[in-house]
Design a protein around this ligand. Structure first.
Ligand code: UTP
Length: 470
């Protein structure tokens, strides 16, 4: 298309500033910019900004009497289950794995701006004795679980690992996995797929330029998963493989129990189409979203949406009434994912985040701002709860299930040092429970040896770190 045609189109949507530097571009750059602009659905993009703005107003509304906690019949609590119940859930989960009906969807398309590294977060290693990265820990947990399922059920069905990437993480993730031979997983069972990148805006909804010939873009949030699963053909792949149960989780929880057989088994037991694994919120002031019902529909209610008095309400046993802390850990059936991608994806809420976004200013100079100057629009993975016909929640102890890597060490929380600390503390607990009398220094248990504390009998009485129990 001629430049005047593009300009006319942009004008219609008040985005013609994107051509401000056209005359300064080389022929190649002109082509790149024209292609870049043509790939944007301008009507949809403008409506994204508008909808995100509207939802910001709604999300800031304080909810109160509209809220109720998760129905207790739909919420299992690991610590309150009998041994027999737990064995039952585990058996169901392992059977599902052995039959080849379980897949993991790893959300790894984020830019990890708070951690501040230039490579995908999955490639980060927090300084454990083994120096294993998040990707390696997760891959090895899958391998161990496949083994346990086979041993228990006498049948081997692989767990397929679907990894959501974005333009920001795709190439490096693929190169890394390939270079490390998929950490011993069957290559055909590891599949990456890319989410969309959508334009970034200034506060007035004008699309920002990242270079004179390039639109600034960011991944469309972890809720971009649903569109990407469909567009990349991964949903078809799941159906071809006769997969039924999906465990979807974030890349940055170092304690993640990948394909957690208790969680999967519990959701199967409840016949859930959509499930959430939660950790108990214990302090009313903790800034974590809580899974609740609002007008009878399940959703995550953000900390800022709950009045202080409501956040402080307690149950008879002393636990907070609204205590189901959401930690980006989900169960879906493949049928549910198909329903979302076919019927609801376009209606997902849009969230607006103010961020520091590098941009080209009116003089044509690229600026890297020190404070937020623009807006990223994101979809969230949990915004599909309201479409569930059979929702279930599974509450687990935090110290054995959740330690996210979000920040650099200078923040002192949810950072490499706390992630490492939490892994070593959990492994020490496992070892002591298995009969080791003294664990000194940094002692790590390889995921290939133990998935959740099993298979640790018969070790030395005293273990002195740094060492990895292989
Ligand atoms: P976060 O919201 O913590 O974002 O993502 P992030 O990119 O890791 O970190 P910041 O906010 O830039 O510091 C939670 C999970 O969702 C994934 C992330 O990779 C992480 O596993 N995610 C996030 C995506 O897969 N795509 C996105 O567009 C955003």
């Amino acid at each position: 298309m001629e430049v005047e045609g593009i300009r006319m189109q942009l004008k219609t949507y008040h985005q013609d500033h994107l051509l401000d530097f056209w005359d300064e571009l080389t022929d190649l750059e002109k082509k790149e910019l024209a292609d870049d602009i043509s790939s944007v659905d301008l009507a949809e993009t403008n409506s994204y900004f508008q909808r995100a703005n509207d939802s910001l107003k709604n999300n800031n509304k304080i909810l109160d009497h509209e809220m109720s906690p998760i129905n207790s019949e739909r919420c299992g609590i690991l610590n309150q289950c009998s041994e027999e119940q737990l064995r039952g859930y585990e058996k169901k989960g392992l059977r599902e794995i052995a039959e080849g009906r379980v897949a993991v969807v790893l959300m790894a398309g984020g830019q990890g701006t708070r951690l501040g590294v230039t490579y995908p977060k999955g490639m980060y290693e927090v300084g454990l004795p083994s120096k294993k990265t998040l990707f390696q820990l997760q891959a090895e947990r899958i391998r161990r679980l496949e083994f346990i399922a086979e041993e228990t059920c006498g049948k081997r069905g692989g767990i397929t690992w679907y990894i959501l990437t974005s333009e920001a993480t795709d190439k490096m993730t693929n190169d890394f996995l390939n270079h490390h031979n998929y950490f011993g997983l069957v290559k055909e069972n590891v599949k990456t797929f890319k989410q969309c990148m959508i334009p970034c805006y200034d506060f007035d909804g004008k699309i920002l330029l990242d270079a004179k010939h390039k639109i600034s873009r960011a991944p469309d949030g972890n809720g971009g998963l649903y569109r990407a699963l469909h567009q990349s053909g991964m949903l078809d792949d799941m159906r071809k493989r006769a997969i039924r149960s999906i465990h979807a989780h974030s890349v940055d929880n170092i304690l993640i129990k990948v394909a957690d057989p208790y969680f999967v088994g519990y959701c199967l037991d409840k016949g859930a189409d959509c499930g959430v694994l939660v950790v108990e919120k214990t302090e009313p002031t903790e800034a974590v979203g809580v899974v609740s019902q609002v007008h009878g529909l399940y959703r995550v209610v953000e900390y800022s949406e709950i009045p202080k008095t409501t956040s402080e309400l307690r149950r008879a046993d002393g636990r907070l009434l609204f205590n189901a802390g959401n930690v980006c850990n989900h169960y879906f059936t493949v049928d549910f994912l198909v329903k979302i991608s076919e019927c609801h994806e376009k209606d997902l809420d849009l969230h607006l985040a103010k961020k520091k976004i590098p941009f080209v200013d009116e003089k044509g100079e690229r600026q890297v701002p020190a404070s937020p100057n623009g807006i990223k629009v994101e979809k969230f993975v949990f915004d599909v709860f309201k479409y569930s016909r059979n929702f279930a929640a599974w509450e687990v102890p935090r110290d054995s299930h959740f330690s996210p890597l979000k920040n650099s060490n200078s923040v002192g929380q949810d950072c490499p040092a706390t992630a490492k600390r939490d892994v070593l503390a959990l492994h020490k607990k496992w070892l002591l429970k298995a009969g080791v009398t003294s664990v000194m220094g940094e002692v790590e248990v390889s995921p290939l040896r133990s998935y959740m504390g099993e298979n640790l009998k018969g070790l030395d009485d005293v273990i002195q770190g740094p060492v990895v129990v292989e």
